[in-house]
Design a protein around this ligand. Structure first.
Ligand SMILES: Cc1cc2nc3c(=O)[nH]c(=O)nc-3n(C[C@H](O)[C@H](O)[C@H](O)COP(=O)(O)OP(=O)(O)OC[C@H]3O[C@@H](n4cnc5c(N)ncnc54)[C@H](O)[C@@H]3O)c2cc1C
Length: 409
């Protein structure tokens, strides 16, 4: 029994059925993809704070790049390779070089770019004077999240999985330390195995089984801008750490811009009642952050702020695997903003864990729930730079302004 029809639940159901498990059932309380997945930028970026996650993401890139052979079934995640540039000012050079060295050692394909290279990518458009480092994660891509949902769901059904939408899990029964059944708004279903892939709701599902899952549901506001007609698209994607703003292309020709520092400010939300719209202050801030880097974007027009949320864990790493206190309860949640890119392989790893008791691609035991009680943090709180780096970022942001013509009536 898989709870949650996002990319993780669907990938798990698909792989359980593909590996020959009978009676695989997935329950989704609304419609497939209607959690964080629907709002996802769906980027696949081999740049992580742990070796395991980077290796999983690199493997997922291979899967997305060869979807017909790996997942099959006729679906198409609409994967487009763009690369992604990680750029910073002088005070970031040492820590970015050190992180990039780790990423390269763990298998990411990176290249260092000069200011001239950046000017060639965005001729006449980019200001580079304050940039002292720029690293391209060349294999980075982005997909269409709902096309991926459709592809996973179709393939899962082809292998025999049964998917129920509009079916809300309201309780989990446990007897003698073992899962016995799941209660839904449509009735009760006996099962010895439950996978909690409920994303933003995974703490609620945990409580139903008497398990405390430490996630916070934190908004990530995204803004879309229509660039001026003479502006080239933001390809590669750009993560500009000078302001902590991220730019990416969108299939419709708009530019997707978000504040990567926002999650650190913990705008908590309830995923059942969130309005999914970026606040005006975010629209203004993102606009202000674009202009010093790409002055032409002062002529961009705002085209909406579709906003989702992350299921953030205390160390920004996912919570995976068994729960020793409740036999049959498996966790695949707490993806902390990185859940799309890991989904095709992670579903297979959770399926393998359920069927064989272990994962072969990589040992995920460090990602267990028990690590928090043991005080073993894997990455760290979201964006926690040295105090002087944070101070410089804050100062730069305070000094930003909109052009006069935008603020005068
Ligand atoms: C703005 C934004 C941008 C992002 N960009 C990226 C990115 O570029 N790359 C990346 O890798 N990740 C990104 N993410 C994160 C990524 O989208 C998520 O980590 C991923 O989609 C999580 O998938 P999931 O299947 O774990 O959870 P979800 O998609 O949240 O699915 C959980 C499902 O469980 C269902 N559910 C909940 N409770 C119940 C219940 N009681 N009974 C039945 N069903 C239930 C929900 O309705 C939901 O459909 C982004 C997220 C956001 C918000």
């Amino acid at each position: 029994m898989v709870i949650g029809g996002g990319v993780h639940g669907l990938s798990t159901a698909l792989h359980l059925a593909k590996r020959g498990m009978k009676k695989v059932v997935l329950l989704e309380k609304r419609y497939l993809g209607s959690g964080a997945t629907e709002w996802s930028n769906a980027r696949v970026i081999p740049q992580h704070g742990t070796e395991e996650m980077l290796k999983i993401t690199s493997k997922c890139l291979e899967i997305f790049n060869n979807f017909d052979e790996t997942i099959g079934g006729g679906g198409d995640p609409q994967n487009i390779q763009t690369g992604r540039i990680w750029s910073g000012s002088e005070e970031r050079v040492a820590d970015m070089k050190s992180a990039a060295a780790d990423h390269e050692r763990w298998g990411a394909k990176i290249s260092f770019l000069s200011r001239e290279d950046l000017k060639e990518i965005w001729p006449g458009e980019i200001n580079v004077e304050d940039l002292a480092i720029a690293i391209n994660y060349e294999e980075t891509s982005y997909c269409n999240p709902m096309a991926t949902v459709n592809a996973f769901a179709t393939r899962a059904r082809q292998f025999g999985a049964i998917i129920y939408e509009d079916t809300e899990v309201t309780g989990i029964k446990v007897a003698g330390g073992k899962i016995t059944s799941v209660v839904t708004n449509q009735g009760e279903i006996a099962t010895p195995v439950v996978v909690n892939a409920a994303g933003l709701w995974s703490d609620r599902i945990g409580r139903m089984a008497g398990v405390d899952i430490p996630i916070k549901v934190i908004r990530q506001e995204v803004t879309f801008f229509h660039p001026p007609w003479d502006f080239s698209p933001v390809i590669p994607q750009l993560h500009d750490t000078v302001y902590e703003v991220v730019y990416g292309p969108d299939r419709s020709g708009l530019i997707n811009v978000y504040d990567r520092y926002q999650v650190a400010q913990e705008k908590l939300t309830d995923p059942d009642t969130d309005n999914h719209e970026a606040a005006q202050e975010s629209v203004t801030l993102n606009m202000k952050m674009m202009i010093p880097r790409f002055p032409a974007m002062a002529r961009a027009s705002f085209r909406g702020g579709p906003t989702g949320a992350y299921d953030m864990t205390p160390d920004s790493a996912p919570i995976l695997g068994v729960v020793p206190e409740v036999e049959g309860f498996y966790l695949d949640c707490g993806w902390s903003g990185d859940g799309f890119m890991t989904s095709p392989l992670m579903g297979d790893m959770i399926a393998e864990l359920i069927i064989t008791g272990r994962t072969t691609f990589i040992d995920i035991s460090r990602f267990d729930l028990g690590r928090f009680a043991r005080g073993e943090f894997l990455v760290g709180p979201w964006y926690s730079p040295d105090a002087d780096v944070a101070e410089k970022l804050n100062q730069r942001r305070v000094n930003l302004s909109l052009p006069d013509w935008m603020t005068q009536g």
